[in-house]
Every structure is written in structure tokens, then in C-alpha cells.
Ligand binder design. Structure first.
Ligand SMILES: NC(=O)c1ccc[n+]([C@@H]2O[C@H](COP(=O)([O-])OP(=O)(O)OC[C@H]3O[C@@H](n4cnc5c(N)ncnc54)[C@H](OP(=O)(O)O)[C@@H]3O)[C@@H](O)[C@H]2O)c1
Length: 343
């Protein structure tokens, strides 16, 4: 009988609670595919648990606390102690990626974070492993389920942003404080992570220009409908002028675009490269059990074998001044000469 894999669980909220449940339910299956049976060795919350003791008692640490501190401190301590780490924390990776990847490489242990971007969609694995040797040109998509739900609801009901946001909160698709979702910061953190992996270059949250959906009016969606377009909050990371550009912005998509039918809290990510043409992945972008399932997948990967290593291959400059199509919505008096003044 092989030794169990002892997991130190940091955070037992929506995702951490679901993860603990999933470990109990799927322990046999994990043992079958990885050779070791998972067990929770200790749990840290605000009110219980001793981080140092949990670290000592664990073979692997799962960080599901959120926030950057003390999550950063605990993750670094685990990596430096030679313990692999799984995290779902996009802000931590987007703001402290350099330090964390370096600590993982120095210690020779795995740092996995599939659940940090696009929930259960295995986009990290695909970019880092399946396309690890591919010259990726562009990664883009809908990486925030809250804003996609709000825009879908506004488009189908014609309701105002504030009313739909309140409904999203009632249904649990938006948090009590939705700021980071609706202003684009959450999507920006995820795009920083995807850009880093796709282009093998250091990218942090500060390198991403972002805007959110707070100023979208029902009118914008009504005009889009008339023109056969749909409005999405898009994250785009692409090679531009010998550098890279990473940004988040509301964008009209033509009917027939692979991302146009992605509705509600779903996410979708597209990858473009000459060698692969174009690949689209879609699925639930969040949810306790869905996210926990991606976390457990990372645990299985760690126990099963070799790590994908994130190594900086070149330092590409960030290009901030990019030419792009724009949409302007102007309310003007219906008088001769108005359009020429605008022009
Ligand atoms: N929810 C989702 O659908 C989703 C999807 C993708 C990724 N994620 C990511 O998953 C992570 C966890 O999210 P969540 O929704 O599960 O959060 P949550 O429900 O707020 O749970 C956070 C947990 O961490 C603990 N915690 C927070 N700060 C702590 C501290 N300073 N010391 C000790 N324990 C602390 C909390 O303790 P108490 O129980 O004592 O409060 C709680 O158990 C975040 O990084 C989030 O971005 C979440």
C-alpha cells in the first residue's frame, strides 16, 4: 500500500469546503489514477488551525483563502519547505507571479493553478502543456462569469445595469462587493496569468489596461441587437509590434463569432497560433464544486508526475498604445449640421 498524500488545506469557504467534500467523495478515484490516496491533514481558517503545524503535517498545500496576504506568505513558506502547492488565487499569481514561480523553481516543486483562470476549463494545462512548444499569437476570451451574466441579462431583458447587478447578487453570480468583477480587475488578473504562460514572459496586473461594464447602457445593447452584434467583456493578450499587449474591455462581436453565443455565467477562451489555427474552450467559469474539481485535477497531476515549469524565455515589452476599432455612442439633437459637427 502506498503512502497517502496528506493535503494541508488553507481556507475552507465556498471552494475549500467543496474541495474537502470532493476529496472525501473521490479518494478512491484519485488513488486509482495517481497511485496515492488523498487525505486532508489540516485546515486553516481565520478562526482555526495553525499554519506552521499544517505545513509540517502535509505533503502538499492547497491554498483557497483568496487575497494576497497572508496567502503569499503561506504559499512561499510551503514552496520553500519543498511542498508542492495548488492555488485558485488569480490575484496572488497576477501580483506576485515572479516571486512564486522563482520559489517553486528554486525548490524544484510544482505550483499549479488551473482553477485561477476560467474555473473548470483546463485552459492553463492546454496553454502550458499541450501548446507549450507552440508560438502562440493571441489568447482571448470571456474570463469573468459575473459580467457575462450581467451583459446577457441586459441584452435579453432590456433592463438597466443596476437592476441586473442586483439580480446577479440575489442569484449568487455576483458577490456583495462586485467591484473587481464589474470594473474588469478580476478579468485583468486572469489575462496577466494567461499572457505570462502564453508568451513565456513576466506579466503582472500592472501591465494590463482594463475597463469594465459599469457604463454600459441598455441602449448600447439594443443597438447591438439591431446590428446583429453581441456585447462581451473581452480579455485580450496578443503579440503586437515586437512586444505584447494585454487588455480588458467591452467589445462587440459579430454573429457567428465563436464567443458570441457564450451566455450567462459561462466562460470561454480562444487560442490562436499559426500551427494550430484557432482553438476554443468553454465551460462554467466559477462555482464551488466546479472550481474544487479543477483544484483536485491539479492535485492528481502533481501526484502523478512531471511538472510543467514556467520559465521566462524572453522579456517582451508591453505595448500600451494599440490601434483598434471603437464604438462611440453620442446623444445629439436631431438638427441639420449636427453630424458634420461631430465628424
Ligand atoms: N468562489 C468561486 O467560484 C471561485 C472560482 C474561482 C476561483 N476562486 C478563488 O478561490 C479562492 C477561494 O475563494 P472562495 O470563494 O472559496 O472564498 P471564501 O468563501 O471567502 O473562503 C475563504 C476561506 O479562506 C479563509 N481565510 C480568508 N482569509 C484568511 C486568513 N487571513 N487566515 C486564515 N484563513 C483565511 C476563510 O476563513 P473563515 O472561514 O474563517 O472566514 C475561508 O475559510 C479565491 O482565491 C478565489 O478567487 C473562487
Amino acid at each position: 500500500m502506498s503512502e497517502p498524500i496528506r493535503i494541508g488545506l488553507l481556507g475552507r469557504g465556498t471552494v475549500g469546503g467543496a474541495f474537502a467534500e470532493l476529496v472525501a467523495q473521490r479518494a478512491d478515484a484519485v488513488q486509482e489514477v495517481s497511485g496515492r490516496r488523498p487525505e486532508i491533514a489540516g485546515v486553516l481558517t481565520r478562526s482555526k488551525g495553525d499554519a506552521a503545524q499544517i505545513l509540517e503535517d502535509s505533503d502538499l498545500v492547497v491554498e483557497l483563502m483568496g487575497g494576497t496576504e497572508p496567502a503569499r506568505e503561506h504559499v512561499l513558506a510551503a514552496l520553500r519547505a519543498g511542498k508542492p502547492v495548488v492555488s485558485a488565487n488569480k490575484q496572488l499569481l497576477a501580483q506576485h507571479g515572479d516571486e512564486l514561480f522563482e520559489a517553486a523553481e528554486t525548490a524544484g516543486v510544482q505550483l499549479r493553478f488551473e482553477a485561477a483562470v476560467a474555473g473548470v476549463i483546463p485552459v492553463i494545462r492546454v496553454i502550458q502543456e499541450s501548446f507549450g512548444a507552440t508560438e502562440i499569437e493571441k489568447v482571448f476570451g470571456i474570463v469573468n462569469g459575473t459580467t457575462n451574466f450581467i451583459l446577457s441579462e441586459m441584452a435579453s431583458s432590456g433592463s438597466a445595469y443596476e437592476d441586473v447587478l442586483a439580480r446577479a447578487q440575489e442569484l449568487g453570480y455576483a458577490e456583495a462587493d462586485p467591484t473587481d468583477d464589474v470594473n474588469g480587475a478580476d478579468a485583468a488578473a486572469k489575462m496577466a496569468i494567461l499572457a505570462r504562460l502564453a508568451f513565456h514572459t513576466p506579466v503582472s496586473l500592472d501591465d494590463v489596461d482594463f475597463e469594465g461594464i459599469e457604463n454600459v447602457q441598455p441602449d448600447d445593447l439594443a443597438y447591438a441587437k439591431q446590428l446583429g452584434l453581441s456585447l462581451k467583456l473581452l480579455g485580450v493578450a496578443e503579440r503586437r509590434n515586437e512586444g505584447i499587449s494585454v487588455r480588458v474591455f467591452p467589445c462587440f462581436l459579430y454573429r457567428g463569432h465563436p464567443l458570441a453565443p457564450i451566455e450567462g455565467p459561462f466562460n470561454a477562451v480562444m487560442v490562436e497560433a499559426p500551427a494550430i489555427t484557432e482553438v476554443t474552450m468553454s465551460g462554467p467559469g466559477a462555482g464551488g464544486m466546479q472550481t474544487a474539481s479543477a483544484v483536485l485535477g491539479d492535485v492528481v497531476s502533481i501526484v502523478s508526475g512531471e511538472a510543467p515549469v514556467h520559465r521566462v524565455r524572453e522579456r517582451l515589452p508591453v505595448v500600451r498604445d494599440v490601434a483598434s476599432a471603437f464604438y462611440l455612442h453620442l446623444e445629439v439633437a436631431d438638427r441639420p449640421g449636427v453630424l458634420s459637427q461631430v465628424a
